[in-house]
Design a protein around this ligand. Structure first.
Ligand SMILES: Nc1ncnc2c1ncn2[C@@H]1O[C@H](COP(=O)(O)OP(=O)(O)OP(=O)(O)O)[C@@H](O)[C@H]1O
Ligand SMILES: [Mg+2]
Length: 333
C-alpha cells in the first residue's frame, strides 16, 4: 500500500487473548479501525467489552497475562508490534501519549508531580533540568493548574482528583504526541470538572492537530469531540462510521439501542429505553452474532453466523446481516 495514502493509525484484525486456567480467553477479536492525522475517534461500548485492553495494546502495555494473538498496529506506516521494546520506548510517551483510566495507578505515588512531568521531557527531548522545569510549569499552566510552579514539589496524593487528571493530561501531551489515547479521561471527576476537562482536550487537539482515540461512556463527549466512532461489543467492533451517521443513521441494532438510550433534550420526559439482557461472559459467547440473544431483529441465521464488519455505504460499516436482508454479502459487491 502507498504509505502516503495509508491512514496514520491503522489497526487491522487485532486480536488479544488472556491466558487463564481454563485456557486462552479471547478478549478482543479481529478489531480494525483507522485514523487519519488530526482525526478524533470515539471508542464506545458497554463496560468490559475490551476498550481499555485495546488502548493498552496501542501503548504495548498489556498485562503480562495478555498477548496480541493476531493482527497489526501501524503508526505512520511503521508496524508497532514487531519493533523491539527498545525502539518502542522511543515512541511510547513521545509519539503516542496516553491518559489512563486509573489516574492513581498510572501516576507514581513516590515521585513528585514535577519529576513525573520532567522525566519524559529529559529522556525523549533531551531537555536539561532547568529547561524541563520551565516546560513542566508551562504544561501545568496549559492544563490550567493554578499556582503551577508551586505544584511541582507535590506528590500525587496531595492533589485533588481534578488536579491529578490535569497532571496526567500534562504528562500525556508533554512531548507533543502525534496520537493521544484518552481512556475515560473524566470518569472519576464531578460533572462540572468533566466538562472543563473535555473542553481542554478539544482545545489541545485543535491547537496541536494530534490524532486522538477517546474512550468514553458519555455519548455527549463523542458528539462534542469525535469525528468518527467505533462501537465495540464483546471484544468485536460492530460498527464504525462518521460521528454524524452514528447519531443520525446508526446501522447495528446495538448502536441503535445505545442511541435510543440517550435522553432526548427536546423531550426530556420520554421513557429511556434500556437494552434488555446482559453482556455475555467471554467463556459463554453464543456461536453466531454476540448480540443476537439481546437483539430485537434477530433471525435464525444470526444465531449461527458471526458477522464481519461489512461496508454499508456512506463510510459506515456494520457487523450485522440485517442491512443485507440476512444474506452474507458478497465481498466483491
Ligand atoms: N488483567 C486481566 N486479566 C484477565 N482478564 C482481564 C484483565 N483485564 C481485563 N480483563 C478482561 O478483559 C475484558 C475487557 O476489559 P477492558 O478493561 O478492556 O474493558 P472496558 O471496555 O475498558 O470496560 P470499562 O468500560 O469498564 O472500562 C473484560 O472481560 C475483563 O474482565
Ligand atoms: Mg476501560
Amino acid at each position: 500500500m502507498d504509505e502516503i495514502m495509508a491512514p496514520f493509525l491503522d489497526v487491522r484484525d487485532l486480536s488479544i487473548a488472556f491466558s487463564s486456567r481454563a485456557g486462552d480467553l479471547s478478549i478482543v477479536e479481529r478489531s480494525s479501525f483507522q485514523l487519519a492525522k488530526g482525526e478524533v475517534l470515539g471508542l464506545v461500548g458497554e463496560s468490559g467489552c475490551g476498550k481499555s485492553v485495546t488502548a493498552l495494546s496501542l501503548m504495548r502495555l498489556l498485562p503480562q497475562t495478555a498477548r496480541v494473538s493476531n493482527g497489526s498496529i501501524r503508526l505512520g506506516g511503521t508496524d508497532l508490534l514487531s519493533m523491539s521494546e527498545r525502539a518502542f520506548n522511543r515512541i511510547r510517551g513521545r509519539r503516542i501519549g496516553m491518559i489512563f483510566q486509573e489516574p492513581m495507578s498510572s501516576l507514581n505515588p513516590v515521585q513528585t508531580v514535577g519529576w513525573q512531568i520532567m522525566e519524559p521531557l529529559r529522556v525523549h527531548l533531551g531537555l536539561s533540568r532547568a529547561q524541563a522545569r520551565e516546560r513542566a510549569i508551562e504544561l501545568l499552566e496549559r492544563v490550567r493548574v493554578p499556582a503551577a510552579a508551586s505544584r511541582l514539589a507535590a506528590y500525587p496524593h496531595e492533589l485533588s482528583g481534578g488536579l491529578r487528571q490535569r497532571v496526567m493530561i500534562a504528562i500525556a501531551i508533554s512531548c507533543e504526541p502525534e496520537l493521544l489515547i484518552a481512556d475515560e479521561p473524566t470518569t472519576a471527576l464531578d460533572v462540572t470538572i468533566q466538562a472543563q476537562m473535555i473542553d481542554l482536550l478539544v482545545e489541545l487537539q485543535k491547537s496541536s492537530g494530534m490524532s486522538v482515540v477517546i474512550i468514553t461512556h458519555d455519548l455527549g463527549v463523542v458528539a462534542d469531540f469525535a469525528n468518527k466512532v467505533a462501537v465495540m461489543y464483546t471484544g468485536r467492533i460492530v460498527e464504525t462510521g462518521p460521528v454524524g451517521a452514528f447519531f443520525d443513521r446508526p446501522v447495528h441494532p446495538y448502536t441503535q439501542a445505545l442511541i435510543a438510550s440517550l435522553p432526548d433534550p427536546e423531550n426530556p420526559d420520554r421513557k429511556l429505553s434500556t437494552i434488555e439482557g446482559t453482556v455475555p461472559r467471554p467463556l459463554l459467547l453464543p456461536p453466531g452474532c454476540r448480540f443476537a440473544p439481546r437483539c430485537g431483529f434477530r433471525r435464525p441465521v444470526c444465531e449461527t453466523i458471526l458477522p464481519d464488519l461489512w461496508d454499508v455505504g456512506s463510510d459506515q460499516a456494520a457487523a450485522c446481516l440485517k442491512p443485507f436482508d440476512y444474506e452474507i454479502p458478497d465481498p466483491h459487491d
